[in-house]
Design a binder for this molecule. Structure first.
Ligand code: FES
Ligand code: FES
Length: 136
């Protein structure tokens, strides 16, 4: 049986910032080739300070993906997009107190979703990105 830390379990049971931002400045759907699961990330960015003022996510993945998405949104809210781009999956896994090794790519998926949403905000096309109508 996989062993999850108390922090992972707490974020899985009470995930922060779950949902949809109706008028996002950036958003992306990111899928994992490994398991076929997906995460959607929405961000609001202050145009002057470039601070991420709001972030929400929807996970169609497993407990590790939900917990990582939850922790990632908490760590990124209030940071500039430049700072957010420096966040790695390992930073988030460390903040969760670790993940079982076979579940690490579920955290990579969450961070990839964040990075894709930021790239979308920056005006770069995200490979395979769906229109918002297809996402929600
Ligand atoms: Fe698919 Fe974790 S098993 S996101
Ligand atoms: Fe799909 Fe982990 S098994 S992201």
């Amino acid at each position: 049986m996989l062993r999850y830390t108390d922090i992972v379990l707490e974020h899985f049971k009470n995930p922060r910032n779950v949902g949809v931002i109706e008028d996002p400045d950036g958003y992306a759907i990111e899928g994992s080739p490994a398991c076929g699961d997906q995460i959607v990330v929405y961000i609001k960015v202050d145009p002057n300070t470039k601070v991420i003022t709001d972030i929400k996510f929807q996970s169609f993945g497993c407990a590790s993906n939900i917990a990582t998405g939850s922790m990632m949104t908490e760590m990124v809210k209030g940071k500039t997009i430049e700072e957010a781009l420096k966040l790695t999956w390992k930073d988030v896994v460390d903040a969760l107190g670790g993940l079982p090794p076979v579940k690490l790519h579920c955290s990579v998926l969450a961070i990839d979703g964040l990075k894709a949403a930021i790239r979308n905000y920056l005006g770069e096309k995200t490979e395979g990105k769906l229109s918002k109508e297809e996402v929600v």
